[in-house]
Design a protein around this ligand. Structure first.
Ligand SMILES: *Cc1c(COP(=O)(O)O)cnc(C)c1O
Length: 433
């Protein structure tokens, strides 16, 4: 085991943060509430590694919760940001990199006939839902139990992620009338979808789904389930929104839509599309997207939308992914699985993986719906998480968050992680310390 420094500086910064930021953080899961201990303040990152403010080095599988498909500070992205920043950071006018990134997005995902850039995944989803409502002139949204679509009021209903660990089914501050415009159905259940559409299909503006639900563990769906969503929405004149904020530009050029062969009306993007800067986007069929202002009656705007730095970073990142990065991500995901599986097989845990997204399931077979997840796994994970940190491996501080491999990860990283997993799992399952 590596000798690690005490995390004294992180702890002192966290004490200071607690006096300034609610819970000491800018986003809840970062606070480590579900794994115990105090959050680690990172100072820098390079490739697959990060260093904390006390000088400890970690192999990073959180990767900023997904955006860093090329790892930390990849030279093409850093150069693009530096070059662009020197010319001015924002103009509030159209910019060439906005056109460049949109062209690249459509080249990779031709279903994105028209694209609107925003600044987060939440904003992308909120806007896509408004477009769906404006286009169909209907109000009702159907989502699935355990799918997270950002923190807009009407989508914070049974939304997994940070909410799953804290046991909240919902958020305070969401008016009942607004929550009532969302209907929640279980994942992995075509009969529930068909039954609902038989009764109320004509009221549904859109069905929104994570095609690869990755915010409450990794609840991989059967292709038949996605095909059923497409079929029922089409029959009812409702739109299908695939939320590819995690899966987009990570599972391949066409994301999960291409992987499953599903053609949604609207797609939402975030995370990888910004190359580590704050970018979201929604996109889709031209006739649907043209209801947005200034062409149509659905209003949506943003002071910093299409920001030059963010567009340049996204353009550099997607360019590198197109030029071999997508294949590399999938190869490295498979390699990690091959190296870790013999270690995991010694315990009742298994790796659930699609491409470079993975999750440790503490039950076998792995669950495919929120209701099927056994909560006991979270305690084991908390113990494992602490042990991994002490061994220089940084996994997301929650049993229900997925991990990510980047193109910068190496065989040596996976081997180091296998050793840490072997020791960490022995501790988590009550073996020797
Ligand atoms: C992360 C995520 C969001 C929210 O994106 P933010 O940039 O955090 O607002 C929405 N949908 C999915 C599927 C996500 O994974």
């Amino acid at each position: 085991m590596l000798s690690m420094n005490e995390r004294a500086r992180s702890q002192s910064l966290f004490r200071e943060a607690l006096d300034l930021l609610p819970g000491g953080v800018s986003s809840p899961v970062r606070a480590f509430h579900s794994v115990g201990g105090t959050p680690i303040f990172m100072a820098r990152g390079s490739g697959s590694r990060v260093w904390d403010v006390d000088g400890n080095e970690y192999v990073d599988y959180c990767c900023s919760w997904g955006p860093l498909a090329l790892g930390h500070a990849p030279p093409p992205v850093v150069e693009a940001i530096q070059r662009t920043a020197a010319l001015g950071t924002s103009f509030g006018t159209p910019h060439a990199d906005e056109v460049g990134l949109a062209r690249l997005v459509r080249e990779l995902q031709p279903l994105a006939e028209r694209i609107r850039f925003v600044s987060s995944g939440t904003e992308a989803v909120m806007s896509a839902v408004r477009v769906a409502r404006g286009f169909t002139k209907r109000d009702l949204i159907v989502k699935f139990d355990g799918c997270y679509h950002g923190h807009a009021d009407y989508l914070l209903v049974k939304a997994g992620s940070g909410l799953a660990t804290s046991g909240q089914a919902d958020s305070a501050g969401v008016p009942e009338g607004i929550a009532a415009t969302t209907v929640v159905l279980p994942l992995d259940d075509e009969a529930a979808v068909r039954e609902f559409f038989a009764q109320r299909g004509s009221e549904v503006a859109a069905v929104i789904a994570e095609p690869v639900p990755a915010n409450c563990g990794l609840l991989l769906q059967r292709p038949e389930w996605l095909a059923c969503l497409r079929e029922e929405t089409e029959k009812a004149g409702s739109l299908l929104i695939l939320d590819e904020v995690i899966s987009g530009f990570r599972l391949g050029p066409g994301g999960a839509a291409a992987l499953y062969g599903i053609k949604p009306d609207l797609l939402t993007f975030g995370k990888v599309i910004g190359g580590g800067l704050p970018v979201g986007a929604y996109a889709g069929r031209r006739e649907v997207m043209e209801v947005i202002a200034p062409l149509g009656p659905v209003y949506q705007a943003g002071t910093l939308s299409g920001n030059p730095l963010a567009m340049a970073a996204g353009r550099a990142a997607l360019g590198a992914l197109r030029d071999g990065g997508f294949e590399r991500l999938n190869e490295l995901g498979a390699e990690a699985e091959a190296i870790w599986t013999p270690v995991l097989d010694k315990h009742p845990v298994r790796l659930v993986r699609t491409g470079s997204i993975f999750w440790l399931s503490f039950q076998d077979p792995a669950p495919r719906s929120y209701g099927a997840i056994e909560r006991a796994g979270a305690e084991r994970y908390a113990a494992l998480h602490g042990a991994l940190l002490e061994r220089g491996v940084y996994w997301a501080p929650s049993a229900f968050e997925v991990g990510f491999v980047s193109t910068a990860h190496t065989t040596a990283d996976f081997e180091k992680t296998a050793q840490a997993l072997a020791e960490g799992l022995a501790i988590a399952f009550g073996g020797a310390k």
